[in-house]
Each structure stands twice: as C-alpha cells, then as structure tokens.
Design a protein. Sequence first.
Lengths: 376, 481
Amino acid sequence: MSTSTERLDALRGGAAPVDHNARTVAALAGNPGCDRRAVLDAAGISKRDTAVHLGHPAPFGQSPFALARARSFEELVKADRCAHLLRLLREALGLPIPAIAYLDIPQAGGQATRELRHARTRKELRQAAESAVRDGSGDGTLVDHPLFTLPVAGHEVYLDPAVLAVQAGSRFHIVEIKSFAVIDGAADSAQVAAASRLSAVYVYALKAMFAAEGIDPGLVSHEVVLVCPKDFANHPTATLLDVRLQLAALRRQLSRLTRIDRILDRLPPDLTFSLEQSPAELARAVRAAEARYAPECLSTCEMAYFCRSDARECGSLEVLGRVTRDDLGGLDSVDAVLDLAADDRRTASEHDEIAEQLRHVHAIYRAHTAAEAVVA
Amino acid sequence: MSVVTSYARALAVREGRAQPVATVRHLHLAADPLVFIPLRLAGEAAAPLGAMVGSHPARPHLLVVPQPRNRDLRFAFMAELARIMLPYIEGRAAATETVPGKNERERYLDAPQVIVPGRGAVEFVRLLGRSTRFRSADGPYPVDPAVPVLGQWLTFLYERTEFAGSSALVPMTEALSLHWATGQSPMEDANLATLLAWICPPPGHTGQEAAAAAEDPVRWPPAGPDTDPGFDARVLRPAIDAYDASGSPEPVREALRGQLEPTWRLMWQAVELLRGRPEAASVGDRWAADRDRYTREVARVAEGGPPRGRRDQAGSAAARLWDMESARQSYDAQRAYDDPLVMAEHRATGKAFAGEVVHVDRERTILLPGGKKPVSRPLVTVRTADPVRLAPGKKVFSAHRRRQSGEVIELDGDLVVVQLNDQLAKGAGVPGVGDAVCFTELDLGGRIRPGFPAAEETPWTHGGPPAAYVPTDEDAKEDWS
Ligand code: SF4
C-alpha cells in the first residue's frame, strides 16, 4: 500500500492532491475501464490543470448565478439550525424525530484538519448509532458537513462534505439539498438521476464507515432525502429517493475497478504527470496510461477534449457514440467499417454478419446519393 | 439502432462533412416560420433572461429581462412576447377548408410553426407555458391579459411535440439530424453550431475542423436556453449589476444581443438548408393533423376553455398514450415509404425487400376459408439482393402502392413470391414483369382509436371520475420567484 501511495505521490510531482467529490467518484464508476482516469484520480491530480497544460481546457464551469442560487437555497433550508429541514423531515416524511441534536462538523480546509473532521464524523455517527441501538427510537441526530472517506481503486479518498446525515429512530438517511425545481410533482429526470447517483456515493460511504466501526451497515437507509424547491417558488419540499439501483451499480463498478497497483505496474517507473514539464512531454506521459474515450466523457471528465482528439486522430469509432458502436458491433475504426462496406471480394472474416449488412447499405446508399453528389 | 445512419457517420468522418440520411424533407416547413430562441437565467427553473424571436431573418425582435430575479419584469417580458407571438399564432386562423367524411368539419388552411434551437428550448417552452397559463388578469396578482393566453398556446405547442411527426414546434437540431449524419456523436449533434459546421463546413475546412472552432463559446455562444457560464461571470453579471445601479437595461440588451445573434443566423441558415430539400409525400397529411389540432385549440381558447390542468387525468392520459404510439408508428412507416434511404435501413435488417418482378401469375384465384366463390389473389415473384427476413405467411405492404397488402408465400434463394390481397380492381394493382417493387412489413397504421372510458366513467382503479379542473386563485397567484 505504502509503495503505491509513494508512486502516486511521485506521479503528482509535488503538487498538493485535489479533493474527490461524489461527482468524480460517480463518474469514475461510470467509466471503470479507463486506466488514465483511475490513475489521475487515485493520485489526486487536478485533471482540470492537466487538461489546460495540454492545451485542451475542459468546457466545464458553473455560472455564478447557478452557484448563488444553490447557495441561497441551501441557506434557506438550513436557516435557524435547520428549522425548515426538520419540519420537512417530520411532516413530509413522517420520520419519528421527537427531539433532535444538530451537530455541525466545522468546515476548515487543509489536509491536516481533514483527518480530524473525518474522526469527528466517525465519532458522532458511532455515538448516534450506539444510542439508537441501545434505546430504540431515541432522539435524533442531524450531522451537517460530515466528512466521509471511500476506498477507490484500493486507495482511500475523502468525499466533499456536501450533504447531511440524519438519524431518526434506528435509521440513518443521507440528506441532499439540490436547487433544481420539482414542478407539479416531477423534476427534470436527468437531474434526478444525477442526484441519485451522487447520493448513492454517500450512502455507500456511510455504510462503509459503519462496517469499519463494527456497526450494522443495514442501519443506513437506501432511501435518500432529497430536498428541492417546489414549483416556481423558493419553498423547499422533500422526497424520499430510493437509490438501491444506483448503489448496486456503484458497488459492482467500484469492485470491478482495476486495482490501482496493477495499473501502476504497467506504467514506466519514472513516469510523472508533473506540470513542470512541457505540454508535449506531459502528453506523452498521459498517453502512457491507457484511455477509454466515449462521448459521455465530455460531460464527466475534464480530460475529455484531449482524449477525444487522440481518439479522432486514430480514427476510432468511439467518437461517434455508443449507438453507432453498437450498430457496427465488433468493428473499432472508421476505416474498418468503410473498407468492409466497400469490399466486393467478400473476404471472409469474423464480422460476416455486419459485413454483409454494411455492403448492402453501401450499395443502396451509393445508388441513392450518387445523383445528389453530381449536383453538389 | 440504424446501420444506415451509423454507416453515414463513418463516411462523414472520412469525407470530412456530414452525409445525407434522407433524400426528402420529412417535416413541414412554413413559408414564414416563427423562429424563437429563448434564454434563461442559470440555476433557475423558468426565469426568462431574454429571447430573439421573429418570422423574418432580417427582422429579429430582441426581448430582455434586465433583472431576471424581478417578478414584475418577468411578466413584462411575457407580455411583450405575447404581443409578438399571439398575432403570429392567432393570425393563422383565417381561411378554412371542409374536411369531408364521417366526422365532417372545418379546418384552417394554415397553422403556426415555431422553430427553436433544440430539445432544451422545447422543455423551456413547456415551463414558460406552465408558469403563465394559470395567471389571471384580475384578482390579487393581476397580469397582462395576453400572458395567460400565451401560456395556453405555449402549452399547446409543447404538447404537439409529444406526437411524432408534428411540425408545430420544431427543435432544429433534431430536424437537421433527421436529414444528415455527422462525424461526431449524437450528444455533440445537440449543439446547433457544431452540427451546422459539419453540414456546411466553410471552404477549405473539414467538418471536424469547423466543428472544433464552433465549440468556442465566445465565437459561437450556446443556442440556449442555458448561457455560457463564462459569459455569465464576465459579461452578464456586471450588466445586471449596472441595471440595478442605473436602471438602464442597455448593457443587458447589448450583452444578450451578442449571445443571440449568432444563433439567429444559424437558425435561418438551417431553415434554408431544409427548404432546399423536396418535401416528402406524407408531410402534407401530418401537417393536416397539426392544422386539425390547431383548429380545435382556436375554438377552445375562444370559448374561454380552461387551461390544461397541472396533471393529466387517467382517462385522457390513456387516450393520449394510444394516440402518441399510433402517431409514432405511422410516422416511422411513412418516412420509410417516402424515402428510399430510410427504407434502406429496413431492407438491411430484412424487414423490407426491393427488387425486380420476374414472374407474375395474374389469373390466380383461391377459395377463402368459408368462402364459396374463388377470389383473385395474383402471385408476384420478385428477385432481390436483400437479406429477406420475412417468413412465409407474413403480411406485407407494397411501398409503391400504399395500403395494398399481401402475404409472403415462398422464399427461394433470391426469389420471393408474394400474394397480393387487395386493390386489384380490374387487375390495376398488379405489377408487370420488369417492374421495380418493394414490399415491407411496416404498417402505415391510421386505425381508429379504441374507445377509452369518458372522463366521467374513469374506473375506480384509476381514481374514479376526476373532478373537472378549475383554475383557482391559488394557481393564479402562484409564486414565480
Ligand atoms: S476523458 Fe479520457 S481520461 Fe477521462 S474518462 Fe474519458 S478516456 Fe478516461
């Protein structure tokens, strides 16, 4: 373990490690086959800075208006020691919370205090769990800014403390506050799906923490409390979100994540992703770790423009999207597809079925577009 | 999903420009469509920020909300939008035609066509409709009387998009993708600027180069409704602050003009591209359905009909679902019948075959089960190079003589024997040797909807008869903060 930790530190080349958050973990699980991302993330390397240095800055950014809106909504929900939130938890969800203790894990930055905050989170939640188990439906506890860790590719990472954890009776729930609106009982499905994936990461982390403390992870509910504004107003409303599916997917994909040591073993021993080197050297270093680009990367990974440009360079079919890749099952490059389509000699290959379809499409396509080509 | 489209995508990469996946235009295109590009404030569900709208490329109307958090300014924006959109929408209700038949009725010869950049704008149209249709011109929170009317029409337009083949509210990126395949992914095709860059790259550039340049949000601002976060931070926020300080909307106007104008030009460029394609044969029929719906909505709004409820009621939801599925089925079939490139997909997957007639048995008759008199059932033998996957007994339709049905009788190597079942009066529907024919299992549909219980008969399993929706004062004064 320590040797791989040293390797990862060396890869980072002296820069401070960046924090993980639920989004990066969810995205990591979304592309478990990508060694490049696994290494960069495990080493805590800033993919944003790396992409900028490579000359392919990521198109990510958040509008100050969106940030302000998210912040003001969160403040509203948490105002007066979470008065709104407690009312929602009691009324809307019928959670049995006679009295509740509100605990805030103070947010101070820095590597050193992260360990302290993590220890404090562990202690508070352990005590809550013990008293819950001891006297059944005891008083509730609401923990704000809990700091969790999560093993990712054999490496512990800290998770952004962006949620709350609530204990009601003998159950623990993750509470997520989001500023997208629930209109007439329905919200944007993409945003709900994204929120479910993120919440699942926290549920997973909380369960892992309980297991490590010798507490039954079954106490952690797979139902997440999602707090959003209702309709077009600013009033919060709460919904229980079942994240069992996302949890199962996350568990499966995290366990499938190639262990980081195995990836490190395949990399040159003196490799570094330090930004002290020239962009060309950095590009060569990054290419040493194998990528698995897909257009989905564009919305989940800061390296996407760099990886896309490489994938295009080598004529990969991946750049055309999953549907096309599935349609042309088994073929991996643009040239392979077009050569097969134009191959009248009917060379036998392992791709017989798709080859026949392609030759067929090619013939029809030529017949119907030839006339236009003459005009154009 | 489609081998033809995927093949065309690969070809687009090699050729350096988008490749056609249709030979004809599969949507109606009005002589003067209303192009509408709405923008919203980031982080808000439905706070309009501005819009460019108009039905003439040289005369765009620019509307802005200089402080998007101000509710009164939002309603002023909606009122201004109503003054532009309502005359366009309501003005289509002029001359009518009589539709004969069992359900004889009058139908307007025209209907509104609103074109927006993409799916995001369609969804935003829904939210704008939802946030304004319940408002009231009197009561505690009065708004301009045109606002709730516009809300009803925006809702109408949105609901038409749920029916495949409707051309009432058109997301341009999807309209273009129906006709061209690019060398990028469908996800990237949702960006109007890169999509058009692939379709018409500037001379001397490949589609890929042009698309990469078009990804720069400074040169090609996003087509909305979301604005570029960098623009929000560097340009928009200071402009809104300036409005708060001085009361002058000019900085916000200028900022949004710069964001909207490039998209405005792209939208009209795309309109012209689509206009350059000949209209497909079934487009007129589908547009007639849009005109039918429009005619009914004009009458409903004129009678002071209530806005659509917040949610569908069980009975009408079931009927709508049936209508939506049937629209989807006819639309998919019609496109294939209208366009050999779309039919190519079905031929490649064996659901259709085309070829030349090599033998005809014109005089063949058979005795139908239970029948007494032999009836004419000619046999046509077709030689095809297509990989036919239609088993004997399969019902097929002729792509050339729509609605003529038949049955696959026998498959033998590259020969298929088809028995023709109808449209045979005086032998007119029987092709001759040497004719090119195409048969497919795709059904044009057009069946009558089975009876769904009327609202008052909704079974108790579906909540029992619903209370009629009556908009309340609550709805009218709902917050929009
Ligand atoms: S963008 Fe590159 S590094 Fe990131 S997940 Fe995709 S392939 Fe891996």
